[in-house]
Design a protein around this ligand. Structure first.
Ligand code: ADP
Ligand code: 5GP
Length: 213
């Protein structure tokens, strides 16, 4: 059994969202979380420096390479990867706790992380968020003003490789309009919640009252 699965059933869903940097993932996640307070966000660890406005413990847990390596050695991550020259990892513990409590948890991870999580947890629901065009992606990265020209060039180069992975995901959403994209994500989330395996506990309770089951 994988380290973050509980075969008893009736657990919360894992929803994975991946996209090339600058596609609008954080923007959409912020709105999604505001609209769905019951949805939990998996706060990753990273060795990259915080951007203006990012809060430690909320957007990421910002750590140095030493602490990150300690977490890897202590098997503290469900998965980790090097992305755009920095290290990022999904802490295992909050994932296990959320799943056992039947809460849905959202993972903002890259294409490598998606592959690793899906291998261990094939029932995870995954969404690839696409920018509407290369030109618009470039515009959004520049407009964000959080990365220098070199970092932007690196993110755009990697975007080409990441985009090729779109077909590995369950759903693809093009982020041309934020509101439309959030609506699409909400629909996917609703469908994930309605999966029969995610309703075992609730259905069990209803059936019990029928006396039979
Ligand atoms: P990511 O988290 O994928 O790296 P961000 O959410 O930081 O991307 O978005 C990058 C920039 O693009 C931000 O300035 C954001 O306001 C803008 N943005 C996001 N979605 C849209 C959209 N649909 N239309 C126009 N601008 C957008
Ligand atoms: P950013 O630096 O723009 O916040 O994120 C860069 C990339 O790292 C994004 O593709 C994001 O999805 C990815 N990322 C964030 N956290 C994790 C994580 O815990 N694991 C993996 N594999 N990727 C992550």
């Amino acid at each position: 059994m994988s380290r973050f699965r509980d075969s008893a059933g009736g657990e919360g869903s894992i929803l994975i969202l991946s996209a090339p940097s600058g596609s609008g993932k954080s923007t959409i996640i912020r709105r999604l979380l505001a609209a769905s307070p019951e949805l939990e966000f998996s706060v990753s660890y990273t060795t990259r420096a915080p951007r203006a406005g990012e809060k430690d413990g909320k957007d990421y847990v910002f750590v140095g390479p030493k602490r990150f390596r300690r977490m890897v050695a202590g098997r503290g991550f469900a998965e980790w990867a090097k992305v755009y020259g920095n290290y990022y990892g999904t802490p295992l513990r909050p994932l296990q706790v959320a799943r056992r409590a039947g809460r849905n948890i959202l993972l903002d991870i890259d294409v490598q992380g998606h592959r690793k999580v899906r291998r261990r947890c094939p029932e995870a629901v995954s969404v690839f968020l696409m920018p509407p065009s290369y030109r618009e992606l470039t515009r959004r990265l520049k407009q964000r003003k959080s990365d220098g020209p070199e970092a932007i060039a690196r993110r755009l180069r990697t975007a080409h490789q990441e985009l090729r992975c779109w077909s590995e995901y369950d759903y693809v959403v093009v982020n041309d309009d934020v509101r439309r994209a959030v609506r699409a994500l909400n629909a996917i989330l609703t469908a994930a919640r309605l999966r029969r395996e995610n309703q075992r506990r609730e259905i069990g309770r209803i059936l019990k009252r029928f006396g039979g089951s």
